[in-house]
Design a protein around this ligand. Structure first.
Ligand SMILES: Nc1ncnc2c1ncn2[C@@H]1O[C@H](COP(=O)(O)OP(=O)(O)OP(=O)(O)O)[C@@H](O)[C@H]1O
Ligand SMILES: O=P(O)(O)OC[C@@]1(O)O[C@H](CO)[C@@H](O)[C@@H]1O
Length: 318
């Protein structure tokens, strides 16, 4: 059994660092890096650093698939991604000296009906191997929101824990299929609820509303303000230490990787949200202190776990 991540719209991330972005000017980057990414791919990379053997699936462009194939083979990730004619998109991530990031994401490779059918067949063939299904990222051209939502419903019908990490219309559509856990960031949650959320009582009320719609776990990532995790019975908050931010890209994916490991035991007595949240949040701190994701230092991972403060909040239900 494995954690399976589905990335319908992966990307090569072109990460550039500049001191301060000047609009309408020539900006000279001090660093650049082009590497395989996309939300579910990032999740799998972190899982493999944690000692898991995740399965990745979704779509890749055949013409520039080599960096992905190399990553999967180096990291021991089981590659079930379907290759389509053309190139996987390139997303640009501009990191500035103050830690802010500007993302320029492109729409991605169009998925044909035949390719979608192949993915469905492949998932059916993998079903007995799925321990947790992580569905991450945007919906590429050619895939409808109904198909996206059906993917989540498929996982739930097969009694799998399904994590959904997406945004905008895809998040809204996906929620209707009642994933087991969603991980919006605070802006995504505000957009979803149609109101600005920033204070704890508002976030609690929003999470409660979503739980009433059948989503057991709502995790809200809040950047430097840490993480809230609303389980069916409790509410936890992770407070993060101040860190030197290199790039926040992939921080949410690293958090999701840690949560996916935790959900493996969600219906057993081994389920311990406090320690899952501590570890998952530490993984997100490793992400913000590097370009890309992964455990670059076991000692740093341990130190971040020790520096995170987890508190239980009195859950308020709507
Ligand atoms: N500036 C920061 N300082 C400390 N921790 C941070 C910072 N930004 C992010 N984090 C950590 O990473 C987690 C996820 O970040 P964030 O809320 O920005 O998610 P996200 O928007 O989904 O990220 P992304 O889409 O870029 O992967 C936070 O909950 C926090 O633990
Ligand atoms: O367009 P999506 O799928 O929503 O997001 C894609 C993306 O921004 O997400 C990852 C960071 O979370 C990046 O590696 C990648 O470029």
């Amino acid at each position: 059994m494995s954690i399976v991540t589905v990335t319908l719209n992966p990307a090569l991330d072109l990460s550039v660092t500049i001191p301060s972005l000047q609009k309408n000017q020539v900006n000279i980057a001090t660093n650049q890096h082009l590497g395989p990414a996309g939300k579910g791919i990032n999740v799998a990379r972190v899982l493999s650093d944690l000692g898991h053997t995740p399965i990745v699936t979704g779509f890749l462009g055949r013409d520039n698939a080599a960096p992905f194939t190399q990553l999967f083979s180096e990291q021991g990730i089981r590659d079930h991604c379907l290759r389509l004619a053309g190139n996987t998109r390139i997303n640009t991530k501009i990191s500035e000296g103050d830690g802010s990031v500007t993302d320029i994401n492109t729409p991605g490779l169009a998925v044909t009906k035949a390719a979608w059918s192949k993915l469905c067949l492949q998932l059916n063939a993998l079903v007995d191997e799925v321990e947790v299904l992580v569905i991450s990222g945007s919906v590429p051209p050619g895939v409808s929101l109904a198909q996206f939502s059906a993917l989540i419903a498929w996982g739930r019908q097969h009694n799998k824990a399904v994590i959904l990490d997406s945004s905008h219309a895809a998040l809204e559509a996906g929620i209707k299929a009642r994933p087991s856990l969603i991980k919006p960031n605070i802006d995504e949650l505000s957009t979803l609820m149609g109101r600005t959320l920033s204070h704890e009582p508002d976030i609690m009320a929003a999470a409660g509303q979503l739980q009433q719609q059948g989503i057991a776990h709502v995790v809200v990532s809040m950047g430097a303000q840490g993480v809230y995790w609303f389980t069916p019975t409790q509410c936890w908050h992770a407070q993060v230490p101040k860190v030197d931010v290199v790039s926040t890209v992939g921080a949410g994916d690293s958090l999701v990787a840690g949560l996916s490991v935790g959900l493996v035991h969600s219906d057993t007595s081994f389920f311990d949200p406090e320690s899952i949240l501590r570890r998952a949040t530490a993984l997100s701190l490793l992400a913000v202190t590097q370009v890309g994701v992964g455990i670059y230092s076991s000692q740093q991972y341990a130190d971040y776990q020790a520096a995170i403060t987890i508190t239980e909040r009195a859950a308020r239900r709507v």
